[in-house]
Design a protein around this ligand. Structure first.
Ligand code: 5RP
Length: 235
């Protein structure tokens, strides 16, 4: 059934997309990989959005049948707007996935989660055999934590406990992420809160150390995952 609602058709990416030249190049590389029948894991963020635009064009022109498993409500709605049918992890596993990142280090470890969707992003990356991370060259760093904090999704009642435990792990700055354009903290799609944390040092065990704190749902650290990184310059 096609509801053809203007509510979804009128959706657009409202914030400015920075470093759009590099993002467009990797978005196009991703669109070129799509094959008829693919089930795609779809990450979140502006680079992913640009890839979806390019994929939707191929679907229209080549009549490809593709299904998408999205990692956020925002991306689900964009898929619907663009005519890319959705499925879920109940019914399907992604054949492959694409997602953006906030930082990529020389070991292909990542910081993600500026959009707050890292729990579902990690779930889908873990469910998919092939994962492409698409970034412009501003995201490449020597050391994680250079430009972005590590986001950590926290069960609300565990806030103070988690804060105390993160300090023991060497967190030197812990900020409760504020809501955009209104008072109070941001609330995730899972009804939790987000800490943005800087650490003195991010070692190999940090992702597991954070995850083992009771009350932590997930962090935006991705260390040692099976990822292929596609980087494009902004020149
Ligand atoms: C959202 C993410 C995004 O992939 C990351 O923030 C990159 O975003 P963009 O492509 O807009 O630079 O992890 O949770």
């Amino acid at each position: 059934m096609n509801w053809n609602s203007n509510l979804i058709q009128n959706l657009s990416w409202s914030s400015e997309i920075i470093n759009a030249a590099g993002k467009q190049k990797v978005a196009d590389q991703i669109a070129a990989k799509v094959k008829d029948g693919d089930v795609l894991g779809v990450g979140s963020g502006s680079t992913v959005y640009m890839a979806l635009l390019a994929i939707a064009e191929r679907i229209r022109n080549e009549k490809l049948k593709v299904l998408a498993i999205p990692t956020s409500l925002e991306i689900s709605m964009f898929c619907s707007k663009l005519g890319i049918p959705l499925t879920t992890l109940f019914e399907n596993k992604p054949d492959w996935l694409f997602d953006g990142a906030d930082e990529v280090d020389p070991d292909n470890s990542l910081i993600k989660g500026r959009g707050g969707a890292m729990f579902k992003e990690k779930l889908l990356i873990s469910s998919s055999a092939v994962n492409y991370i698409i970034v412009d060259d501003s995201k490449v760093v020597k050391k994680l934590g250079t430009n972005f904090p590590v986001p950590i999704e926290v069960f609300p009642q565990a806030l103070l406990h988690v804060e105390a435990e993160l300090k023991k792990l060497g967190a030197n700055s812990i900020v409760l992420r504020p809501a955009k354009g209104k008072d109070g903290p941001i609330i995730t799609e899972n009804n939790n809160l987000i800490f943005d944390c800087y650490f003195n040092e991010i070692g190999k065990s940090m992702e597991q150390d954070i995850k083992s704190i009771t009350g932590v749902i997930e962090s935006g650290l991705f260390i040692g995952y099976n990822l292929e990184i596609l980087v494009a310059s902004n020149d």
